[in-house]
Ligand binder design. Structure first.
Ligand SMILES: Nc1ncnc2c1ncn2[C@@H]1O[C@H](COP(=O)(O)OP(=O)(O)OP(=O)(O)O)[C@@H](O)[C@H]1O
Length: 246
């Protein structure tokens, strides 16, 4: 297995504010890494740094062996942001087409990829509706379809399952596992424990620090608890005890 993402001794923040400290992370191809943590923990900041949208304050980030930021790699990364960046005056199909063309996909394969991506997120019947008439959940699904359209080496999904019903969530997870099995790497952020349980590897972030890392099964074993949620709660208590003792 080769390494898709390598983060070494990362410190990141905005201006003088430090948001993340001492972050080390290795994600291999074919793996799904779940970043889990409470609101404001620094998940999006880490994802943005891996994408190359933010330059590390300290430390290094490489993606597919290249130091980030690196514009040339953007074509190999599919990104679903937390807030939907869609053209509401266009139809869903036109949005998919636009982003596909931006990624350099030729017309014939793009048509196929649009059918595939729309199918995964159950939007086939709504492809020709204007995005302004979409519900919030439909917009999330369309954003996910856009991230899937180019079949990228690395798929980065910021809270992909928000506003998505349990049945469709299951279907999306099946597809994410299938994509990973083809050797692609997936990084996603979530608040949802079911998503965490589905990930191959987890990184729990709280108050800007990585408080636990490993496979869900290993973490449950190491923390002597029954669920991933319990791991998170216990790791959080340990962190607070450390902060109080320092
Ligand atoms: N552009 C910015 N300028 C200044 N501070 C920021 C900026 N973006 C985020 N922050 C701060 O950085 C911290 C981490 O934010 P971040 O969005 O990374 O958290 P998160 O874990 O993704 O949260 P959520 O789950 O709510 O999306 C927060 O305190 C936030 O206020």
């Amino acid at each position: 297995m080769s390494i898709t993402i390598q983060v070494s001794d990362l410190q990141q923040g905005y201006g003088r504010t430090i948001v993340l400290k001492d972050i080390n992370l290795t994600v291999h191809n074919g793996e799904i890494l779940g970043l889990i943590g409470p609101s404001g923990a620094g998940k999006t900041t880490l994802v943005s740094t891996i994408m190359g949208m933010l330059r590390p304050q300290k430390g290094n980030v490489t993606v597919l062996g290249q130091p980030m930021p690196n514009r040339q790699l953007l074509g190999k990364i599919g990104y679903m942001a937390q807030t939907d960046a869609l053209y509401s005056a266009l139809t869903a199909r036109e949005n998919l087409n636009f982003f596909g063309v931006m990624q350099g996909i030729r017309a014939k394969p793009l048509k196929k990829r649009i059918s595939y991506a729309a199918g995964i997120v159950n939007l086939t019947a709504d492809l020709d509706k204007f995005v302004k008439d979409y519900s919030g959940g439909m917009k999330r699904r369309l954003s996910l379809a856009i991230a899937l359209v180019s079949n990228p080496e690395l798929l980065i999904l910021d809270e992909p399952t928000v506003g998505i019903d349990p049945e469709l969530r299951q279907q999306i997870w099946q597809e994410l596992h299938r994509i990973a099995q083809t050797g692609k790497t997936i990084l996603l952020t979530t608040h949802v424990m079911e998503d965490a349980e589905q990930s191959d590897q987890l990184m729990m972030i709280r108050k800007g620090a990585a408080i636990a890392q490993g496979t869900p099964a290993q973490l449950i074993k190491d923390y002597h608890v029954k669920t991933v949620e319990d791991v998170f709660l216990k790791a959080g208590r340990n962190q607070d005890a450390h902060i109080t003792n320092d």
